[in-house]
Ligand binder design. Structure first.
Ligand code: PLP
Length: 369
């Protein structure tokens, strides 16, 4: 019997383009006819230099990164950057303070970590639930803050910025881990952007940091050397052994994005895919409900409940079990919010999404009261 196709709607590590996996498999034992695997290759070799430089150049091309920005490939994940950002940037101004826009679990975590290194101001009154983005004009920004931080897409709560905030001339920092390269970005508006690879651009192990050159060299003295942007920039991300294989996989994914139309095409596709699901939710007469305000619903992570607003857990289990039987996996919502979450990163196809929406419609028909 033919094996059922598995569709991975996981929030990360997430689905990779099958062609990328096949290429990595093909080259696993013998990369480029040199007789060894990337897994065995010295990070100081000419072959690896070529891989890391091509990866950087592709990223520069895809995002149109201005020349006065450095691109770093670091370890420690997005969480490592929750520490690295304040360690490198909080001392930019004498007051050692920073503004954090908290719109979900990940920006809340980043703000908590940053509190170890300086004074952190949450720029709007604490939200009792993460379902909206308060109007930018009402934010109480501190002009003497070293930077303003926000998370561009909250992976757990499904809240996404569809605008670049006005930070009133203060350096803007963004965690783009879960919507990186899913649309074009004007990098020049930012002091720093970071993104873990394991959602839209590769596998776990490497985090991209794009940082404006004039912000280098301002790290606190307690900053661990591997997290010091100036040290890593001065060594082309090779101060210590980098996550070589993860960088190689990223290289393949970036080529795939380029060959599939770049960030504009990814944006178009992400809008198509997410609209399909939001349309089913909106037209379900309340059977499916997404708690997030319409103006900031994520194209990448769609959380929803089934049966009633706060979720009918028995019905949700039935939904997940049925989905799993059809090959659709990792649809369970994050443990802190429950319900269902469909993640639609770049590698998830329109066809994958249509299979999910067909199932949602069928489930609605069978279970609506
Ligand atoms: N930021 C966002 C938006 C995330 O979704 C995640 C993880 O899912 C992180 C940061 C943390 O990344 P890591 O697990 O690589 O530390």
């Amino acid at each position: 019997m033919e094996k059922k196709k598995t569709i991975n709607f996981g929030a990360g590590p997430a689905k990779l383009p099958p062609s990328v996996l096949l290429q990595a498999q093909k080259e696993l034992l013998d990369y480029n006819n040199i007789g060894i695997s990337v897994l065995e290759m010295s990070h100081r070799s000419a072959d690896f230099s070529k891989i890391i430089n091509t990866t950087e150049n592709l990223l520069r091309e895809l995002l149109n990164i201005p020349e006065n920005y450095k691109v770093l490939f670091l370890q420690g994940g997005g969480s490592g950057q929750f520490s690295a950002v304040p360690l490198n940037l909080i001392g930019l101004k004498e007051d050692r303070c920073a503004d954090y826009v908290v719109t979900g679990a990940w920006s809340a975590k980043a703000a908590k970590e940053a509190e170890k290194y300086g004074q952190i101001n949450v720029v709007h009154p604490k939200l009792d639930k993460y379902t909206s983005i308060p109007d930018n004009s009402g934010w109480s920004l501190n002009p003497s803050a070293s930077y303003v931080y926000y998370c561009c897409n909250e992976t757990v709560h499904g809240v996404e910025f569809n605008f670049i905030p006005d930070s009133k001339d203060v350096i803007l920092v963004s965690d783009m881990s879960s919507n990186f390269l899913s649309r074009p970005v004007d990098v020049s508006k930012f002091g720093l952007i970071f993104a873990g690879a394991q959602k839209n651009i590769g596998c776990a192990g490497v985090t991209v940091v794009i940082v404006r050159e004039d912000l280098l060299g301002k790290a606190c003295k307690e900053c661990p050397v591997v997290l010091d942007y100036q040290v890593q920039a001065g060594n082309n991300s090779l101060y210590n052994t980098p996550p070589c294989f993860s960088i190689y996989v990223m290289n393949l994914v970036l080529e795939w994005i380029k060959n599939n139309g770049g960030t504009e095409a990814m944006e178009k596709l992400s809008k198509q895919k997410s609209s399909l699901i939001y349309d089913v939710i909106n037209n379900s007469g309340g059977f499916y409900s997404c708690p997030v305000n319409e103006d900031c619903r994520s194209r990448m992570n769609i959380p929803f409940r089934i049966g009633r607003k706060e979720g009918d857990e028995a019905l949700e289990k039935l939904f997940l079990d049925g989905a799993s039987k059809l090959g659709m996996i990792s649809l369970k919502g994050h443990r802190s919010v429950g319900g269902i979450r469909a993640s639609l990163y770049n590698a998830v196809t329109l066809e994958d999404t249509q299979i999910l929406t067909a199932y949602m419609k069928q489930f609605l028909k069978e279970h609506q009261p």
